[in-house]
Design a protein around this ligand. Sequence first.
Ligand code: KIV
Ligand code: ZN
Length: 508
Amino acid sequence: MTDLIRIFDTTLRDGEQCPGASLNTQEKLEIARHLEKMRVDVIEAGFPISSPGDFEGVETIAKNIKGPIIAALCRAVEQDIKCAWDAIKLAQKPRIHTFIATSPIHMKLKLEKTPQEVLEQAVSAVRLAKSYCQDVEFSAEDASRSNPEFLYQIFTKTIEAGATVINIPDTVGYSQPEEFASLIKGIKANVPNINKVTMSVHCHNDLGLAVANSLESLKYGVRQIECTINGIGERAGNASLEEIVMALYTRKDFYQKYTNIDTGYIYPTSKLVSRLTGFVVQPNKAIVGKNAFAHEAGIHQAGVLKDASTYEIMRPQTIGLESNQLVLGKHSGRNAFKSRLAQLGYDLDKEKLDKSFEQFKVLADKKKEIYSEDLLALMSEVLVEEIADIYELSYFHISTGNNILPTATVKLIREGNVFEDAACGDGPVDAVFNAIDRITGVKVKLSDYNIRALTRGKDAQGEAVVEITDNGCSFIGKSASTDTLEASTKAYLKAINKMLLRNSYKDK
Ligand code: KIV
Ligand code: ZN
């Protein structure tokens, strides 16, 4: 049996599925490009039947990403399977991933079906998927709360029907490592045709055991692990990719297994996902948290200064984090800028390089030292700007103080026409948002507004994340700047532009 553990990344499907994480197609493609560079084996690009936006995201990734297998999720129903295939058929290596729940609780209460009906539906689904695509993954949703005998039966039959991968999810994060491993052991021993397929696991983190359960399953022949960047996903999330990969890398002596992952892309990709989803990584998060390689205690610092291995089991450079920060500034040239971007996973064509270098110079004028985090923020700004904005910000002016009513004047441009208006508010941000509302004529609910420092120092860039709600749909806008009012204004306008763009599609 091979010692290669395949990494199946589901950041763009299970990760994107969690509340507030919605990404547009451009953002999904950007993440997929990073995953491709990181050399994940499979990218689950989305759930095409769930929305036109999801379909578009999966199709765009299928057409543009060449290295990894591109998987599309679908329920075990004809319409879903056809839709999944339509979205991925142009991929170099397509995979249909179909699933149905197998636990008594799901079959009875959710599906209202008997086990026999579920079995028949699963087999027909795999047969149909196989008629389109050579590579078919079958998942038994809520496997960890299913009757093992039923799992043996459904896996035997779906493999006979043509499945190439069978996936065993701990959908509700209920299993304990020993218990989960023994379920896998039972499947390996009791499914006669199991050696024809790859066994996969997909663990959720409700009890904080997703990574432990995934790693434990390797003992009994699992060779694909499903996981997400930063562990994002439904509820408490999925097994975190960086933790799985770095456990296998750092404790190769113990596991005796390897992955195809280029670990140097872990940190930039984590940053990108955090910025685009707006989900902040907790500081003490293993591998990618901002404290993961920071030493505070005097004894620790003394040890690390003598030899880093005293308190560091991994080198920060292994995950793409430069320990001796290569700092760029206003005197840095295009080559240094370009090579630092390449290290962070961005190979830009000339036009994009020129545009981002121009913005880098503007930033360098405002900020003395430019760190990797600044560049990652800048790149998100530059690349996200590619989506045609309906309204562009021309300028804003705010007067505020402790004894005057904050007032904002805003000038926006739409299709070459200039619109200007002013408004007051409870504070400067409220005033500027009100002025934008007056110009655009929209009536939205501001459901969330956050501002945080992205980088270090007094001249740090601040990132504003704004969420607005319109008719039950939420739209997130993000922007970074050394001026937090500017970041807030741009973030709000981005959210409004996204909403207007969606409404214009809806009206067509
Ligand atoms: O958690 C789960 O069971 C899933 C399946 C669709 C694989 O996400
Ligand atoms: Zn899941």
